[in-house]
Design a protein. Sequence first.
Length: 160
Amino acid sequence: MNEIKIICLGKLKEKYLRDACDEYIKRLGAFCKISIVELSPYKLPENPNDSMIKKALDDECARITEKIDRNSVLISLCIEGRRFSSEEFSSELENIFVSGAGNPVFIIGSSHGLSEEIKKKSKLKLSMSEMTFPHQLARVMLLEQIYRAFMISQGRKYHK
């Protein structure tokens, strides 16, 4: 069975977001084994300077890297990433599984994003939109799109 991992900085605080994630994780169980690894974001003061932010991103990078298995295809969610239609994303995900390159690992950074090192290691940089979304909502949206991708690849009606 296909395996997918999502590594994210921060926990879901609101019950409605946890419920939404739980629903998509349940639905995805028919298609893949999915795991979510939550890491605590680096604590920064209210108005951090650039060097503080870099230190935080480097710390988060080290902790993210520890959670990445050797046989993984990294996909970073970042604003400068590529935007896909749902059909294109489905095809991209299917290609990762078929290629045998490894299991996809999606990475959702903290409010300051992801380190350049993580982005450089990624096979794909993915952007959900030109709009900005809370990181917690991005997790729900990602799970929904992964579910939609499996439905599209199987020719099922959910995506219409």
